[in-house]
Design a protein around this ligand. Structure first.
Ligand SMILES: [Zn+2]
Length: 102
């Protein structure tokens, strides 16, 4: 399970088989700047250890970024608006937009 700005991504799903886009277009981590969803899916389905390494790298980067955004919102006394916006995007999970488990 991967966390993105658009919701959670279950990278093993068939809908990502030919997806050449980044895992999270709003994430600036090494994985999102370098690899496609299709490649990450291939690594996962092949049982490559690199899959766990890249997925973990992205998830940690994503959470570090989230914590930084939360701190900024708190400092600006705007946390409630941030929280609503965050959950609005998270509830529209990427994987519910089509595709079949495989
Ligand atoms: Zn990333």
């Amino acid at each position: 399970m991967l966390f993105t700005s658009q919701g959670r991504v279950n990278i093993k799903r068939k809908q990502y088989e030919d997806d050449q886009g980044p895992l999270d277009p709003d994430c600036g981590c090494y994985v999102c700047r370098t690899y496609s969803r299709a490649y990450l899916r291939h690594l996962f389905r092949s049982g490559e250890i690199l899959s766990s390494m890249l997925n973990t790298h992205h998830n940690i980067a994503w959470y570090l970024n989230l914590m930084a955004r939360i701190r900024t919102a708190i400092h600006q006394d705007d946390f409630e608006a941030f929280r609503k916006e965050f959950y609005h995007h998270q509830q529209s999970e990427v994987e519910t937009k089509g595709g079949v488990d495989q």
